[in-house]
Design a binder for this molecule. Structure first.
Ligand code: MSP
Length: 515
């Protein structure tokens, strides 16, 4: 049976427009999904929008339209971002869809039946902006008398209301056992330690309903309450699998292989979510992995600073694959990073234009002009050829290892190591000189270069699907572009189309003048 692979992004809040941060989570998840498809796995890749809660209700009011109309609009904008970023999601879930509401209501009933929900009253510091409650010591008083959450800066207010509670406290030991038994459950390692000590310090029951607003999924049997937005939201990962009926076509994907999330929401995914699943007697995801945050030109993205970056504008200016490459190459996955035009242009010029693009262009246009526009005959290979081909044959395993650890930057580093080796090889072997002295040797060198470019192209597809797709076209690779094609030697004599440049150099002076 084909191995299934289920990967998710968080579902994005619709109270703001999509930006670079959202695109980052989606692009990383997309690379994983595409990689597993290359491996021949049966992939289910889910993204979507989180549409309930007080913030959304308030944003709709501000826009002067009903909440459903508001969320339809913003959700479409997130779909558009996914399209522009060439995100290959298999489904897009919205929490306002009937399939999701039914799943959330069913989970509620399961938790209730199993004795993990009780009615109480909630009192505490609540931040509407974060949809979160804070302990007193997580807040601070400002000089004007208002109180804010220290971590996010959002204003908090004292809230007292009847509320249903989930017995999260009952899961402390089980969660610690889970982390202990599955060291890979939370990544990266630093987050695992942080979450473990958070759980060790004691878990309190979680308020899971609200009566102070109505834009949410009604609590079954007590419709004055709507479900707490995080309980509602987390269930999306199950709704898309057809829950409560997991015997349908999508049921085979549960449990998820990876939930990819930003660092600020790892707690919800690594503590609350597994506890809910345990309480409902459902299997747990294999892994929850968190990435860092991007600042823009050294500053936190914020509406007031006016630096909220719409990634679609960057794509229009610099090209899609260029932006995708930058996001995954610039920063080790899991760390914070800074986005700047200078760094982006630097990467495009050095790694893409001068690196991969130049290697491909030098090889392919030379073949087009001087070697009959076909994959040249291999002939008798020499030591230098075998060394490079050996590096090619090791590449998929190296990239597989790095991607398995979600170390995207390391995967790219491995690929660029081979690009540099091929650059050195072409300079040393100098096919342009061999053209006059030894065409058999020239052909061998060009053959080895084509084989190298094919290896590089195949493993790079998940990162840069468009331009690398063109590279594989120029190399005459057929419809099957999965990893298995690298198990056979490149066939000689395949006709090659005329190549065009893949990654134009960005001229900075020009760019500055245009701004
Ligand atoms: N709706 C919740 C998730 C529910 S999942 C069951 C949510 N939505 S969000 O729209 O606020 O954020 C979604 C993702 O975008 C998170 O993974 C978050 O880390 C990411 N980013 C938002 N801003 C970011 C940056 N500046 N940098 C990197 N990623 C950030 O949370």
């Amino acid at each position: 049976m084909t191995k299934t692979f289920y990967i998710t992004t968080p579902i994005y809040y619709v109270n703001g427009a999509p930006h670079l941060g959202h695109a980052y989570t989606s692009v990383a998840a997309d690379v994983l999904a595409r990689w597993h498809r290359l491996e021949g796995h049966d992939v289910f890749f889910l993204t979507g929008t989180d549409e309930h809660g007080q913030k959304v209700e308030a944003a709709a009011k501000l826009a002067g339209i009903p909440p459903q109309e508001f969320t339809d609009r913003v959700s479409d904008d997130f779909k558009d971002m996914a399209r522009v970023m060439n995100i290959s999601n298999d489904d897009f879930i919205r929490t306002t869809e009937p399939r999701h509401k039914a799943a959330a209501a069913d989970i509620w009933l399961k938790l209730q039946e199993n004795g993990f929900i009780y009615l109480g009253a909630y009192e505490g510091w609540y931040a509407v902006r974060d949809e979160a409650f804070y302990d007193e010591d997580e807040t601070e008083k400002k000089p004007d008398g208002t109180r804010i959450a220290t971590s996010s800066g959002a204003t908090v207010e004292w809230v007292v209301e009847p509320s249903y509670f989930f017995k999260l406290s009952a899961f402390q030991d089980k969660l610690l056992e889970l982390y202990e038994a599955n060291p890979g459950f939370i990544g990266p390692q630093a987050k695992r330690n942080e979450i473990t000590s958070f759980v060790k310090s004691g878990l309190r029951d979680l308020s899971i309903s609200r009566t102070s607003f109505s834009w949410g999924i009604p609590v079954p049997g007590d419709e004055k309450h709507v479900m707490y937005v995080w309980l509602d939201a987390l269930v999306n990962y199950l709704s898309a699998c057809g829950y409560p009926d997991l015997s349908g076509p999508r049921g085979k994907y549960w449990p998820a292989n990876v939930h990819l999330v930003g660092k600020e929401i790892i707690r919800f995914h690594a503590v609350i979510w597994p506890a809910i699943l345990m309480a409902a007697n459902l299997p747990l995801p294999a892994r929850v992995f968190s990435h860092g945050w991007w600042t823009v030109e050294g500053e936190k993205m914020s509406k007031s600073v006016g630096n909220v970056t719409d990634v679609r504008e960057l794509v229009a200016e610099f090209g899609l694959d260029q932006v995708r490459y930058f996001l995954l190459r610039e920063v080790p996955f899991g760390n914070d990073g800074d986005f700047s035009r200078r760094a982006l242009i630097g990467r495009i010029n050095s790694d893409l234009a001068n690196g991969l693009g130049n290697l491909a262009q030098r090889t392919l246009s030379f073949i087009n002009k001087n070697a009959g526009a076909v994959v040249p005959p291999k002939g008798r290979l020499q030591e230098a050829d075998l060394v490079l081909l050996e590096q090619c044959s090791q590449l998929p395993e190296k990239v597989r290892g790095a991607i398995g650890r979600l170390a995207f930057h390391e995967a790219l580093d491995e690929i660029w190591r081979l690009i540099r080796a091929a650059d050195g090889y072409i300079d040393r072997e100098a096919p342009w000189s061999l053209r006059k002295t030894d065409t058999a040797r020239m052909n061998s060198v060009l053959y080895v270069l084509c084989a190298t470019l094919r290896s590089i192209g195949v493993v790079l597809q998940p990162f840069m699907p468009e331009q690398v797709g063109r590279l594989l076209d120029y190399l005459g690779v057929g419809d099957d572009r999965s990893l298995t094609i690298l198990d056979s030697a490149l066939a000689e004599g395949i006709l090659l189309p005329a190549p065009a440049g893949l990654f134009p150099r960005i001229v900075e002076e020009q760019k500055n003048a245009d701004r």
